[in-house]
Design a protein around this ligand. Structure first.
Ligand code: FES
Length: 173
């Protein structure tokens, strides 16, 4: 005989409860769109699995974020997280922007369902990559950027690796 399908072990299909702020930003995201004259940009995630984000930054000579924009192919939580992150980093020095963690973003959103934490992680991962790339292009990392990837950058990498494995397995490539 076949084994029983493990329904009890699967996540609930009940719609996720998003807070007011998340829903508001999902419906009316701030700073959405491409920035053609960005000084720094980075992607995180992979279009193969559906979650992907691009972060664009306009940076002044004093290393202040003058403008931040994003594009997202993620879920409602990802759009809301990226939107609020662009607001949180505008007018901030790159060093301050770098220090914003996915927990800060989640808090600013008024919380997220735990299965959606990774959506905020991906947004911060894209931001940190953009800041890291910006300094690497200049030829030197400041001492506030660790040589190794941070949790958010690692998570973005892991998702990309997973997407590659899945796409090979299901022959999407
Ligand atoms: Fe993957 Fe939200 S970005 S579920």
């Amino acid at each position: 005989m076949f084994e029983e399908f493990p329904y009890e072990e699967l996540p609930s299909r009940v719609p996720l409860l998003y807070g007011r702020k998340v829903l508001e930003l999902f419906r009316n995201p701030k700073n959405l769109g491409r920035m053609d004259d960005a000084d720094a940009m980075a992607y995180a995630g992979s279009p193969v699995c559906g979650d992907m984000i691009a972060m664009y930054l306009k940076i002044s000579d004093e290393e202040v974020v003058e403008k931040a924009k994003f594009e997202s192919y993620g879920c409602a939580a990802n759009i809301a997280a990226a939107s609020i992150l662009t607001e949180m980093i505008t007018d901030k020095k790159l060093e301050e922007a770098w220090k914003i963690s996915w927990r800060d973003v989640t808090k600013e959103l008024g919380g997220l369902p735990s299965v959606k934490y990774h959506c905020g992680v991906l947004a911060v991962g894209a931001l940190r990559r953009a800041i890291r790339n910006y300094h690497e292009r200049k030829g030197k990392l400041p001492d506030w950027i660790p040589k190794g990837e941070t949790l958010e950058e690692k998570q973005a990498l892991e998702e990309e690796e997973l997407a590659k494995v899945l796409s090979k397995r299901f022959k999407l490539e």
